[in-house]
Design a protein around this ligand. Structure first.
Ligand SMILES: [Ca+2]
Ligand SMILES: [Ca+2]
Length: 410
């Protein structure tokens, strides 16, 4: 090996050590900022909202104000939210996590809402001992905004958001706020629908651990899509429909019977811009549930938002039945086999994590993070109930006109 080559190798080795060491130092000293953010849904578990489409004024919408302390306990917070002149902050509902900040409330609703300057200041400091100070993701409040017409673009942001670190002399910690841009739909001509689906057997419907479910929405033309919709999910869901949209539905509330009601996220469900106006039988299939198929066609006007009964999908008569894990719209032994694969027969069923197969997320029918006997019981009930389902029966049959063949002279 020449001196030059040896020198080069030595240099490269040094560079590798430097890069490796430097990387470790950076990782150790990365600042951990507490952060405020906004979500839509039942709580702070959905992804933070950073862009919001406001389809229609004055249709109100809600945002959850959340604080992630990033593993550092805090004993107070103070922020002023600025929400733009086209929004009115209609109400602020303080949540239980916020109540952990017992003691003084410097600024809180309703007096701290200023709809003239479009600001809301919210500040609390606890007097608790340090070992009971809040930590983690805290659900502070639900904010209800009403947009004025016409909807304009704007930003929901915060000035000087701070959290206060526990010490004998409270000190201000670094914090930030994930702002939200809002405005009318940017893609003109999209078609929006609204719907609400009660779902049977969601764990603790007042506070489900899962607030978002994948769902398929399919539109069938009753005159031309000649198909048994119920059987149109087996391998390629909604393969014979005129239109298909994949998306998510979110937890909205619980109905009078305790079923969790999921529906169109935000205000409406966006079906895109390629739909033709008409009357459609509509199927909505949330992951893990038998599809809801409308009994009658729904009038869809392309490029519009729900008005009256147009673009409004009626609520099903009965809650959707859980238990279809493999997605073929039948509850049977094949779904049971997925329960087994996902560990329900194990002596100690292990919690699901990000490495678990997606089908095991669906097999966790009560959304408590583990596939076990509870999910089996839900599947078993679904197996019995599915034979009596009235949400799942419509079949479109072609109207066949038979013209008799007349033989001349006969
Ligand atoms: Ca199935
Ligand atoms: Ca479960």
């Amino acid at each position: 090996m020449t001196k030059l080559k040896k020198g080069l190798l030595f240099f490269l080795a040094l560079a590798a050590i430097f890069v490796s060491t430097n990387h470790r130092v950076l990782a150790q000293t990365a600042p951990t900022q507490a952060s405020f953010f906004l979500t839509q849904g039942a709580d702070c578990s959905p992804q933070p909202v950073t862009e919001l489409t406001i389809v229609q004024a004055p249709q109100p919408f809600t945002l959850n104000l959340c604080l992630n302390t990033n593993a550092s306990p805090v004993n107070g917070f103070d922020l002023t939210i600025n929400y733009g002149s086209s929004l009115t902050l209609t109400s602020v509902s303080e949540q239980s996590d916020g109540n952990k900040f017992e003691g003084s409330t410097a600024y809180g609703p309703p007096g701290s809402i200023d709809n003239t300057n479009h600001t809301f200041r919210y500040a609390k400091v606890t007097t608790n001992s340090q070992d009971s100070l809040p930590q983690g993701t805290l659900f502070l409040a639900t904010l209800t905004f009403t947009p004025s017409s016409p909807v304009t673009t704007g930003t929901i942001e915060a000035s000087n958001p701070v959290v206060i670190s526990p010490s004998s002399t409270p000190t201000t910690s670094v914090s930030n706020f994930k702002s939200v841009s809002y405005g009318p739909p940017t893609v003109q001509g999209d078609t929006y629908v609204s719907f609400a689906l009660p779902l049977q057997d969601v764990y603790n419907p007042n506070n489900p651990l899962t607030t978002i479910l994948p769902a398929i929405v399919c539109l069938y033309n009753p005159n031309t899509d000649i198909v048994s919709i119920k059987n149109d999910f087996s391998s390629n869901p909604c393969a014979t429909s005129s239109f298909k949209a994949n998306g998510n539905i979110v937890y909205k509330n619980a109905d009078a019977n305790g079923n969790a009601v999921f529906g169109s996220p935000g205000t409406y469900f966006d079906l895109g811009s390629t739909i033709t106006s008409g009357s459609y039988i509509i199927a909505i299939k949330p992951a893990g549930y038998l599809a809801y198929i409308t009994t009658n066609p729904v009038t869809i006007t392309a490029g519009t938002t729900p008005q009256g009964t147009t673009n409004v999908i009626p609520t099903p008569a009965n809650p959707l039945i859980a238990g279809d894990i493999n997605g073929d719209n039948i509850i049977n032994i094949l779904d049971y086999e997925e329960l087994e694969t996902c560990g329900f027969m194990d002596v100690n069923p292990q919690p699901l994590d990000s490495n678990s197969p997606p089908i095991c997320q669906t097999a966790d029918l009560n959304h408590d993070g583990v596939v076990d006997g509870i999910d089996f019981n839900i599947w078993d009930r679904g197996l019995s109930a599915s034979t009596n389902s009235t949400n799942n029966t419509p079949t479109l049959t072609p109207t066949i006109t038979i013209t008799p063949t007349v033989t001349p002279g006969s």
